[in-house]
Design a protein around this ligand. Sequence first.
Ligand SMILES: [Mg+2]
Length: 498
Amino acid sequence: MALVARTEVEMELDARRIDRAIGVLLGGAAGDALGAGYEFTHPAADIEIDMIGGGPFNWAPGEWTDDTSMALAIAEVAATGVPIGHGPGLDAIAGRFVAWFDSNPPDIGNQTRAVLSARPDGAAAMRHRARSVPGRKGGNGSLMRTAPVALAYLDDARACREAAAAIAGLTHDDERAVEACQLWTHAVRHAVLYGTFDGVRGHLKEAPSGVAEFWGPLLDQAETGSPADFANNGWVVHALQTAWWAITSTDDSGPDHLAAALEAAVRAGGDTDTTAAIAGGLLGARWGAAAVPARWRRRLHGWPGYDAADLARLATAAVERAPAASTGPVVEVVRGDITTLRVDVIVNAANSSLLGGGGVDGAIHRAGGPRILAECRQLRATTLPDGLAAGAAVATTAGELPARWVVHTVGPRYSNAEDRSATLRAAYTRSLAVADGLGARSIAFPLISSGSYGWPREDAIRQAVDAVRGAETAVERIVLVAYDAATAEEIERMLRSA
Ligand SMILES: [Mg+2]
């Protein structure tokens, strides 16, 4: 069986990859069931760590907890072959979460309970509920269940990140939780494909620079520090650090690494079942199902009445039924400063003079240095003596920006008297055409015409989404950059309803 690959050449799922895919579910469940008996404790050095059950919720030996149950809710939908990051697949996951909640589980995280107790119908309602409940939202409850997301997207790294974010956001409306899920899911995917832990750092090379700046030092600390440095591991950030510490502080020369690292995660104390479940998903992806000790595999069981054989069945189905990569580009939303993005092309919402201005235009020239303006002046002196028309686009160097090129386009000014929306959409599609001509694979757009040109925000977003969704382009990744949280939410909402 072969999958259609867009980013990996000749990617075939061989038997070892299937084994590692099964390892994702078995490793996570084993960590969960191992840690369940020690939750909220800090085991002394002379205490033996084994799959004994017990703990504050009196688990049976080998019984997994909420971490694995929620992961299986995701895996079950993935196993049907429907894309899980949006649309009916995401709705189905929301439905499985509610079904699990209705089973009256002994243990459930505070944030997850607050969301699921309203029994929201569908992904949009669940996400809305996650946003509206008050209090701290950065618990580890989305990270603990994210590993199976990777199984559905072995053929598409970008869609994998997008799905990880969407599924995290069903219950955890928290930037760090989303980032942690994207990082870990990417790492699990990479480990299933290639059998290494390189995806942990690899994610940061492709993530927006702000993500790398935040998480890079935390990974450093996990690799050099001790659990006391990240002891608040009910928090998603410390939970990820504890899992990474367990993986990197134990002997990784062979498959015994899996059990050793899971024991280390439990000995770190605190939310032991969750930190070990998080570590276990990645360890299983790296070392495969065979690395999970048989005495543990035989005991594993839990909601919804499954055992280790069911986990193997689900993982296999998820990777074999994953759809081929979609034909159009992935469209995603990033909140922040467009000049920092590591994409091939950054689009500048310029004015027709091409000689700089305010807003995004000014920021790009400031951050990119004088070379961009010099090329713009050259264009004015040669091919564009009258400037750039609204709806047209032209490329220059990106100067000192992380991008390779800047594509300058001019959006129309908003008019109550005249419908200029076709010109606004053309600003997007012609920028994409210029990007295609450059051979670009990724592009970031600001929200064109929405600043001093007066276009109402909601319609500016609608035009942007319509334009990029309908465009015929070889660009694989389109980033719509929002300058504030409200705009980001509105773009996301529009993308999901489109
Ligand atoms: Mg748990």
